[in-house]
Design a protein around this ligand. Structure first.
Ligand code: RIB
Ligand code: CA
Length: 310
């Protein structure tokens, strides 16, 4: 079993990532940490608890983390437009019944990594604030991190917040820069593949036709997500960005990666939060990141459908 901690900001695609990991026979979620991003921390934490309780995973603990980026105010312009006022718009999923853990997510990450006999995989599907703060507070935890699989960035594709920047990196660029330069084994699942890892209308209908509780609820979540994408981006398809980070743990052939040097500019408003990859290897810097190059969309859609009905 692959032991993972999922750090997230649910968010529709985060919620599907949580369900995919929980339903996988090869992944053990040892804990979930939440961060402000798609919505305020209260909402992202409540949504993580809500989706896990709804799917019967009350035993997976949820820890609330940082309620804002390391150096900036929380970027609030688009979260509600894409994910709804409470961060998980669409079907009426009952309120959570399981309490949120008292310990701060950063302290939970540090203590769990330090005390674990095994190295742990961190799946990060929101702004990287919690991970960056944990690494700054306790650099020793790097030795217990097997790899970090992060949804973020855009290398060849344009950004989805500015022409240069993807949302998760843009919200907390300092945190992304710290993590990318941390020396941890990093897999960057960027818009270059996640904008191709989409559920189209017929895929949503196939999911709905499965008829079980989770499949029909996820189909309703995607109905909402598709509508907001039409309004905001002009296309009716759902990029399930975050679930791709889990998918590559279930089937590594899902995405092809290339190792290269990546860094994040912080000072020019035009390029703030960009993930610049040294594809022509002119910097002389050692590669620090596996960047995603290709994705098998059909295999991904099949994987999500098969797991949701489990
Ligand atoms: O840019 C896409 C990312 O931003 C996804 O993680 C989505 O959930 C939002 O957090
Ligand atoms: Ca997310």
């Amino acid at each position: 079993m692959k032991k993972v901690i999922i750090d997230c900001d649910p968010g529709h695609d985060d919620a599907i990532a949580l369900l995919l990991a929980a339903k996988s026979d090869t992944i053990e979620i040892i804990g979930v940490t939440t961060v402000a991003g798609n919505s305020e921390l209260y909402n992202t934490t409540r949504n993580a608890r809500k989706i896990l309780d709804y799917a019967g995973y009350e035993a997976i603990d949820v820890y609330a983390g940082c309620d804002r980026p390391m150096m900036r105010d929380l970027f609030r312009l688009t979260g509600a437009i894409i994910h709804g006022a409470d961060g998980l718009g669409g079907p009426n999923i009952p309120a959570p019944t399981t309490p949120i853990k008292e310990e701060h997510a950063v302290d939970y990450l540090i203590q769990t990594l330090r005390n674990s006999d095994d190295r742990i995989i961190l799946i990060v599907t929101g702004p990287m604030t919690n991970i960056a703060v944990a690494l700054q507070k306790a650099p020793d935890i790097k030795d217990k991190i097997d790899r970090i699989i992060m949804m973020g960035g855009a290398v060849i594709e344009p950004g989805n917040i500015t022409s240069a920047a993807e949302f998760n990196v843009f919200v907390d660029p300092e945190a992304a820069k710290i993590v990318i330069n941390s020396g941890c084994e990093l897999y960057l699942v960027s818009l270059d593949v996640s904008m191709k890892a989409v559920f189209k209308e017929d895929d949503i209908e196939k999911l709905r036709s499965q008829g079980d509780k989770i499949s029909t609820t996820v189909a309703s979540l995607l109905d909402f997500f598709a509508e907001t994408h039409v309004k905001h981006f002009g296309f009716k398809a759902c990029p399930i960005h975050d679930a791709l980070c889990v998918g590559i743990l279930i089937d590594e052939s899902l995405v092809e990666f290339r190792k290269t040097y990546v860094d994040v500019p912080l000072h020019d408003p035009l390029t703030l939060g960009e993930t610049v990859a040294d594809l022509w290897e002119i910097t002389g810097n050692m590669p620090n990141c596996h960047i995603a190059m290709k994705v098998n969309r059909e295999k991904f859609v099949r994987m999500i459908c098969e797991h949701m009905k489990k």
